[in-house]
Each structure stands twice: as structure tokens, then as C-alpha cells.
Write a protein that binds this ligand. Sequence first.
Ligand code: OOG
Ligand code: MG
Length: 262
Amino acid sequence: MTNWTIESAAKFLLDAENERTNVAPITDTWEDLDVAQGYLIQDELIRRRVQAGEHVTGVKLGLTSKAKQERMGIDSPLTAVLTDAMRIAADSSAPYDKLIHPRVEPEIVFIMEKDLRGPDVDIEGALAAVATVHAGFEIIDSRFADFRFLLPDVVADNASSSYFLFSEEGVKPADIDLVSELVIVKVDGQEVDRATGSAVQGHPAAALALAANSLHAQGKFIPAGSIVLTGGLTDAVAMDDASRYTAEFTTLGSIEIAPGRA
Ligand code: OOG
Ligand code: MG
């Protein structure tokens, strides 16, 4: 496509998602697309989802860990928007047949007790606004073929968001050492990767602070009650419809996507 606009790019990505097809990166043909315009496309995409009946329920960070940055070849974190339609209950199924080429990644999830506004939010300030911490799994499903994209593309594509789930039982921030919290990722009971909370920006609350500060630059904040995904702790694992994926956290407990349900 040529003669791109913010609107046509948002529609292009939503159509790819709805038609379950993958597409070429927008930057292949909109070569000077920048990150700020990527966020305008993301905003338009969310505006259309809200117009279709979805509700914004939170924020996610992407590319906050070295493992993710190295795999995707992008060393800059980004933010994206979560809606109620993306949430899967911890004990129900993921619509595998709606997905293009899903990957799963373990994440530390915060539920916010208070509004969190940048600028200048630090780890302590971020933690003071958190109600509970949860074990999470995100299912990412880039609309771009082979997950090949540049930063403006992945920003526009709402950071490959498709679905996420998190444990119902939460832990209070004071009752967990977030930096050393360990997660072991297993496929059919076999370990495939592991990481600690330090993987995301040195501290999951540093990732949360980063979200608040970056959103401030866009004139936004994180409202009380929001769900915040702090970013994949390990590289993502390709997901099929037959295997069982488990993220076993030390303090936060385990979360699983079981065969036939994903
Ligand atoms: C971009 C989405 C990144 C994370 O947790 O790092 C993300 C991608 O890897 O496709 O959700
Ligand atoms: Mg993620």
C-alpha cells in the first residue's frame, strides 16, 4: 500500500488480525514512519476497538528484557494498551483458531491500587501505587510476517498484543522480592527457559515506572484498577495447539495454558 495515513494503517492492522493473515511491515512502504506516528496508529487502533465495544483495562510494556530485545533486534522498550477482550480467565481457553502464529511469554503483572502519573516516577513511587502482584502469561501474535518489524511498526501493532492471563490470587508488593522472583517456563513439563524479575529493567517496578513516565509524554497516566504487564521475562516460546505451557513462579505460583484449551 502507498499513500498511508494513520487511519489506513490502523485499519490495515485490524483487518490482518480479523482475517488472521500476516502482513509486511508498514515501514517497508512507509519508510519514514516514526515512533510518534506509530503511537498515533496505536491510538487509532484502540479507538476503533473501543468503538466496537471493548473497554480499556490496562497497559503493557514490551521489550523490557534483554532476552526479548535481542530476539526482536530492538533495544527500546515500548508501551501498548490492554482491553477486556484480550483477557482470558486463568482457567479457560485461548482461541487458538483466531491466532496467526502465537508465542507465549511469562510476565509479572501488577494491579494498580492508585493512579500513577509521570514524570519522575521511581521504583518506590511505582510500588506504592500497586495493589497486588500476579503470575502472568502473555500470548503475543504479531500481525507482521515472521515477527519481522521495526520499532514504529510494533508500536503501531499495539506491541503484538493478542491475549493475556494472570493468576487470580495476588501477592502484596511488600510480601515479595520482585527482583529475585524466579520463573521457570515449561513445555509439557520440560523446562525451556528461566529468568528472575531483574530481567525486566532490573526491577519489575522500574518497568512500571517507565510505563508511567513514557505515558506522561503522551499526555496519559495509569488509572487505579489498571492491569499492567511488565514485559516478557524470557524469550517468547512458539505456541502450538497440542502442548501444555506452564510458568512456575517461586512466590506468585503457577499459571498454565493447557492442551486443547489453547
Ligand atoms: C513485541 C511485543 C513485546 C514483551 O513483553 O516484550 C512484548 C514482540 O515481541 O512481538 O509483549
Ligand atoms: Mg509481553
